[in-house]
Design a protein around this ligand. Structure first.
Ligand code: ADP
Length: 692
């Protein structure tokens, strides 16, 4: 039985689990799809962010480059204007038509004002040196190598100047210096004309290094490195600062001069940190970090949500699986009485689909038509707010096929999360099987009791024959005596009184025999089980003929002690008589021992100690037999346990059932100095219920 139940429970649990899993899978289709979507989103966002940062970096670099190009263009323009001012200065010198003596002094002034000029020469048309002046600001440039050796460039420039009748520059060349170093120089030749006639040349020797430093160094050299370079990249002169930053932006621009073209290169070293080249990039990067953080937070949040969703789905699925696997019917109704929920067990019980039941309120399809009025009243009482008994109430439902079946309904208010009552929740249990089992056990109990009674009677049959022997023998002897008296016709008239007396005795004895038979008949006759108020004395009197029968046989004296003013007891008379008889018989049989001389059986009735308003009467049957051994005590009430050769072992088990059915208790204990007392209680009639 236990194993069957365990298997059943395990089966139900497995069913719940498999349904539960299936339902979770329905609710949450977990797959790689969702994860790869998230992966794609993250990859996209990262790609966008990297591109943005890269673009911002590039934009910044292009800005720097453009700025540098603007600077270079400005530098070239500054250089040009400086050079043209120089030409103007030289032209002004020429315009003074100075004498050879006065010229050097003027030239010195100019040289002092122009640091980048190394030397001024006044040469005649035929290239003869008329006058010359070296810069007073530095050592003479042509000290180490004589001027004659370097005139080639100057003469070419002058030829060109003459041709174009305007200023012309020579190509640059290296001029070694006395200190072992050297410098790149360039010549400017300006023709001197008088009345449109070329009369002489003024030659200015430029130091490229000084030109760069003087003219551009201050303005552009602070942030950049300036240099004149040759087309192959060789630097001719350098000015400006060389910063240590990593990234170098470079621009080159041609300085197109008549006769020569210089290449000006500007290297802008800009501090461009790899990650944050400027505010824009920093901003984009910052926003990207913020975006990624938000994404991470969102992902975490989404995870939490997914977990919560899953937990919820699991809880829901578990609840549903449980509801679906329940054998108890569940039914929820709203405050108007409409059915809002029924579980599969309820549908199975009544045979109607959930759809057919939902929303019904006035007359449920499972209400037997003959009970609709009563049920509607009950529903009205419920809807008025009266709670049903907590332990539930019994009712009768009707299946779809019309069969009625008993149910136990346990109903409770349905309270929402907000604590308000939203309706009624009912658990409905089909108790038809329980009823059937109860009926079966009641029937078998009755049969058992009848059998026990018959067994007692069988046992008493010998006693009965012994008891009947006496009246029958008396009847027989009275009858024989009467016959003898009537044999003599003369004496018949004188003997009529004797015959009369003998017949009366016969009648008495026959009546006595009849009473004995009736008492047994009364006992055996199966009566309806009804409870009534009975005086305890009546109960004892009812069993006394049968008890006395056995007492006489076993040589036992029966004492009856009844407390005065006892209340009536509320009981099933037949049953209680049987209990008393069984206990008395057991007591007498226990004393049926050779060593037990003075055999007394005491039948006692008294008020039991009871609480006010709850009166009980106690019956006690005391013998002075051998008592009950410890091994027997444990099995005393087991059906079919007996120590007697002809016993059935049903007496005490039945006695206890009967007493407990009446709400009382059957106990036993030793009696001093020897013997046993059996006690049982019965409710007093005043406290008994008014109906069965
Ligand atoms: P039965 O009388 O048919 O044996 P019971 O159920 O009435 O069945 O009694 C069971 C056993 O309890 C008896 O066999 C007997 O051993 C023991 N018993 C019952 N009443 C007494 C008693 N008053 N004194 C001693 N033993 C008793």
């Amino acid at each position: 039985m236990t194993r069957q139940m365990a298997t059943g429970i395990a089966g139900t649990w497995q069913k719940i689990q498999s349904r539960w899993r299936a339902q979770i899978d329905d609710v949450l289709p977990w797959g790689s799809g969702r994860r790869s979507l998230w992966g794609a989103l993250i990859a996209l966002v990262l790609a966008v962010l990297v591109t943005l940062v890269w673009l911002a970096g590039r934009y910044e670099a292009s800005q720097v480059q453009a700025e540098l190009e603007r600077d270079t263009a400005d530098a070239v323009s500054d250089l040009r204007s400086s050079l043209s001012r120089h030409i103007q200065a030289v032209q002004a010198l020429q315009a003074n038509h100075l004498s050879a003596e006065a010229w050097p002094a003027e030239a010195q002034v100019l040289l002092r004002n122009h640091r980048d000029w190394l030397r001024l020469e006044w040469r005649a048309k035929d290239w003869r040196l008329l006058s010359a002046a070296d810069s007073p600001l530095r050592a003479p440039a042509f000290e180490r190598i004589g001027r004659a050796e370097t005139l080639n460039e100057a003469s070419q420039a002058c030829q060109r100047a003459r041709r174009v009748n305007g200023p012309a520059y020579s190509s640059t060349y290296f001029l070694p210096q006395a200190d072992g170093l050297g410098m790149e120089v360039m010549e400017l030749c300006l023709p001197v004309t008088q009345a449109g006639e070329l009369v002489a040349y003024t030659v200015v020797t430029y130091s490229l290094q000084e030109l760069l430093t003087e003219r551009l160094g201050n303005t552009f050299g602070r942030r950049n490195e300036l240099s004149f370079i040759e087309p192959d990249g060789t630097r001719l002169a350098i000015a400006g600062t060389q910063r240590k930053e990593r990234r170098v932006f470079t621009t080159q621009q041609l300085v197109d001069l008549p006769g020569n073209t210089l290449l000006l290169r500007m290297d802008g070293r800009r501090g461009e940190p790899d990650l944050f080249p400027n505010v824009l990039t920093a901003l984009v990067t910052g926003m990207s970090i913020a975006l990624i953080t938000v994404m991470v937070l969102l992902t975490k949040d989404a995870r939490r949500r997914q977990k919560a969703e899953r937990d919820l789905a699991e809880a829901l699925a578990f609840r549903k699986a449980m509801e679906d696997s329940l054998v108890t019917g569940l039914r929820a109704r709203d405050l108007k009485g409409n059915i809002t929920y029924v579980n599969p067990a309820f549908c199975e019980m009544v045979g109607w689909d959930a759809e057919a039941l939902m929303g019904q309120s006035t007359s449920m399809p499972y209400w037997p038509p003959e009970m609709v009025d009563e049920y509607q009243q009950r529903q009205a009482i419920r809807l008025a707010g009266n709670a049903p008994p907590r332990e539930g109430f019994e009712s009768v439902f009707m299946r779809k096929d019309g069969t009625r079946f008993p149910v136990l309904i346990i109903e409770a208010p349905l309270i929402s999360v907000q604590g308000e009552q939203t309706g009624w929740m009912g658990a409905v249990i089909d108790i038809s099987e329980q009823r059937r089992i109860e009926e079966l056990s009641r029937a078998s109990q009755e049969r058992l009791q009848a059998t026990a009674r018959l067994a007692t009677v069988g046992e008493m049959a010998s006693l009965l024959s012994h008891e009947l022997n006496q009246p029958l023998a008396a009847i027989s002897s009275y009858a024989n005596g009467s016959l003898n008296l009537l044999k003599d016709p003369q004496a018949a008239t004188s003997n009529v009184d004797d015959v009369h007396m003998a017949l009366r005795r016969i009648a008495e004895q026959a009546e006595r025999a009849g009473r004995v038979i009736n008492s047994v008949h009364d006992f055996v006759r199966r009566r309806e089980q009804t409870r009534e108020a009975v005086a305890p004395q009546t109960l004892l009197e009812a069993i006394s003929p049968l008890v006395n029968l056995q007492a006489r046989k076993l040589n036992v004296r029966v004492h009856t002690r009844i407390e005065p003013r006892l209340p009536f007891v509320w009981c099933d008379r037949t049953m209680v008589e049987q209990v008393l008889l069984n206990l008395a018989r057991n007591g007498m049989q226990a004393m049926d021992l050779p060593e037990c001389r003075d055999r007394v059986l005491v039948l006692q009735v008294k008020n039991a100690p009871s609480q006010p308003g709850n009166a009980w009467v106690e019956f006690a049957v005391t013998d002075i037999g051998a008592g009950i051994g410890a091994d027997v005590q444990t099995q005393l009430f087991n059906p079919f346990f007996t120590t007697k050769a002809e016993g059935m072992g049903l007496g005490l088990s039945l006695c206890r059932t009967v007493v407990e059915q009446h709400g009382g208790h059957l106990t036993f204990g030793p009696h001093a100095p020897k013997g046993t007392v059996f006690r049982f209680t019965l409710p007093a009639a005043s406290d008994a219920p008014a109906a069965t």
